[in-house]
Design a protein around this ligand. Structure first.
Ligand code: 3PG
Length: 217
């Protein structure tokens, strides 16, 4: 079933098909990073559960930036999925495909992008009822040729390549019609964040938006 949130995210991806990852330990830094991305035209972000304060960081963005769609990434277990859903995550991303996590999200109408890199994993996602999956780690898993091969058989599956995507190859991935959006950490470099250089983040976001619109036009 397509939820309202699916529709909202699809509309956002139609405008800017890029999902920046935010890995933060300080809620104020997370909010500043999300706002810098938003200023550059990216308003769908994935906060990864890789720090002790990740949940607080996600909640802070949700409460301070109502114009940003905030998802949770690196969601490994159903407990993680419950925790992020309870805090208002608007979508869930996992590096791999765990059926229980997928079912939990489907039950809650929470868009879920589980990681896949083989035909077997994509088929399992399909059987679970998923029609959009993460393709991870996109570059190492065969990149564009592998995506094209998977797309030729899974005709109504859409992919979110993540892992090794950057400004250098974003356009190639987005040129594949089954790609709904690309995710990645290249938009939020640690050095810029540590230096408080949020303008650099905004510039990277703008560059990604321009590359995406050229690739899709
Ligand atoms: C992920 O969580 O999807 C990956 O860590 C992102 O990979 P990247 O750092 O190469 O963008």
């Amino acid at each position: 079933m397509t939820s309202n949130m699916d529709k909202l995210i699809e509309a956002k991806f139609a405008a800017a098909p890029v999902v920046p990852l935010i890995e933060a330990s300080d809620p104020a830094v997370a909010v500043a990073t999300a706002k810098a991305l938003r200023a550059g035209g990216l308003d769908v972000v994935e906060v990864v559960l890789r720090t002790d304060a990740a949940l607080e960081c996600m909640s802070a963005i949700i409460s301070e930036s109502s114009d940003i769609v905030v998802g949770a990434g690196t969601v490994l277990t159903v407990d993680h999925a419950k925790a992020v859903a309870d805090r208002g995550a608007q979508f869930v991303v996992s590096p791999g495909l765990v059926d229980d996590v997928a079912r939990f999200c489907l039950d809650r109408n929470l868009p879920f992008y589980g990681g896949t890199m083989t035909a077997g994993e994509v088929q399992r996602a399909y059987a679970l009822g998923l029609r959009t999956v993460k393709f991870f780690p996109a570059k190492l898993a065969g990149g564009v040729p592998m995506l094209k091969a998977l797309s030729s058989v899974f005709r109504d599956m859409r992919f979110m390549p993540t892992g090794g995507v950057s400004a250098d190859n974003l356009a190639e991935f987005l040129a594949v019609p089954s790609v709904i959006a690309c995710g990645g950490s290249w938009l939020t470099p640690k050095a810029a964040i540590e230096a408080g250089d949020y303008d650099a983040i905004t510039r990277l976001a703008r560059e990604a938006v321009a590359l995406a619109s050229a690739a899709r036009s």
